[in-house]
Design a protein around this ligand. Structure first.
Ligand code: NCD
Length: 353
């Protein structure tokens, strides 16, 4: 059974993920065949944070399935500007639409929204936490090129701390016996709960600081933007930006069948000369996002219409200032055990801190 909402791709089992990838692959071969699959259905896109690809690819996906879309891309043009809570907005919009896609700057916002939604909700990015539909996009792209998503050496470079696409992709690929090479400064390394997960998965992992030295052994290089909007100050951001820049010179050291991915937008971390290299797949990857989201919307609208709930135990309010519970005060605190931690650790059920 599919979960009612898609907050974290880890909630799907391997067969369900494979089903979505296969359907996306089929759609990619003949998208017109799927026109009408969601006729009469409405997707609402609620974007509390800027987006180009994610929002437009969701809208394109629904239109290509024969459905329709409503929504906002600036919450200040909605009743949010009058002080409406997330819970109330979600209650209302989920009464208008058949499925929601929501992006929000606070971690755990999608989980919070799912508690009040009358229809399925898809997490289109919740702060620096997760971005499951980008992961589906990444998997469709990797699968399309490599014909597998296992046994690969995958380099992830840049802002591994705040990059939600990295967290979601690691959560997914660590189930498939891949080797990871994490390339970052010490300040921008992975969050602890992801490190715990990696350790429990038994995947081989290397943690390095040099992209140049790491690149020769990689099958996949996943470049990321330094997430300026998640830094406490401009000064801290300035110290981290442009540490890692992929250029034609570094590409000379890479395997002939390396694939370079990036969720985009790029700032300066990949020079424009790399775009001409046939191994640079990030624009193709962005196009795959439509097929991945078409497949996901179809599957979720076929699924059981259950109800989302909290499963943890209650406790004090989460101390992460970026957790959705820090601004939406009516949300009940809830904690679950980190199954991967070696010492007993409780994680906030919304943001996983
Ligand atoms: C990413 C995001 O929003 O997390 N973009 C996207 O959805 N394709 C990556 C980023 O903003 O750096």
């Amino acid at each position: 059974m599919y979960p009612h909402s898609l907050i974290d791709l880890s909630e799907l089992n391997a067969n369900q993920v494979q089903d979505i990838l296969s359907l996306a692959d089929d759609i990619k071969k003949d998208p017109k065949r799927y026109f009408g699959a969601c006729e009469g259905k409405i997707l609402a896109t609620l974007f509390y944070e800027p987006s180009t690809r994610t929002q437009m690819s969701f809208q394109t996906a629904m239109l290509r399935l024969g459905g329709e879309t409503i929504g906002f891309d600036n919450p200040m043009n909605s009743s949010v500007s009058k002080g409406e809570s997330l819970a109330d907005t979600i209650r209302i919009v989920s009464g208008y639409a058949d499925i929601l896609a929501m992006r929000h700057p606070f971690e755990g916002a999608a989980k919070a929204a799912s508690l009040y939604a009358k229809c399925p909700i898809i997490n289109a990015g919740d702060g620096g936490h997760l971005h499951p539909t980008q992961t589906l996009t990444d998997l469709v792209t990797i699968f399309g090129e490599k014909h597998t998503v296992s046994g690969l050496t995958i380099g992830m470079c840049g802002d591994l701390k705040n990059g939600r696409t990295v967290h979601s992709l690691v959560k997914s690929l660590c189930k498939n016996n891949n080797k990871f090479v994490f390339i970052s400064t010490p300040e921008l390394g992975l969050p602890q709960y992801i490190l715990n997960l990696l350790e429990a998965s038994g995947c081989k992992c290397e943690f390095v600081t040099s992209l140049e030295e790491a690149i020769p052994e990689l099958d996949v290089l996943y470049m990321t933007r330094i997430q300026k909007e998640r830094f406490a100050s401009e000064k801290l951001y300035e110290e981290q930006k442009n540490v890692y820049v992929l250029d034609a010179k570094k590409m000379l050291r890479a395997k002939a069948d390396l694939i370079v991915l990036h969720p985009l937008p790029r700032v300066d971390e990949i020079t424009y000369e790399v775009d001409e290299d046939p191994r640079a797949l990030y624009f193709k990857q962005a196009a795959c996002g439509v097929y991945a989201r078409m497949a996901l919307i179809m599957k979720m609208l076929e699924g059981e219409q259950g109800k989302d709930k909290l499963e943890g135990i209650s406790g004090e309010r989460c101390k992460n200032p970026n957790c959705i519970t820090s601004i939406e005060k009516y949300l009940p605190p809830s904690y679950k055990k980190d199954a991967n931690a070696s010492v007993e650790t409780m994680l906030c059920e919304y943001c996983e801190h």
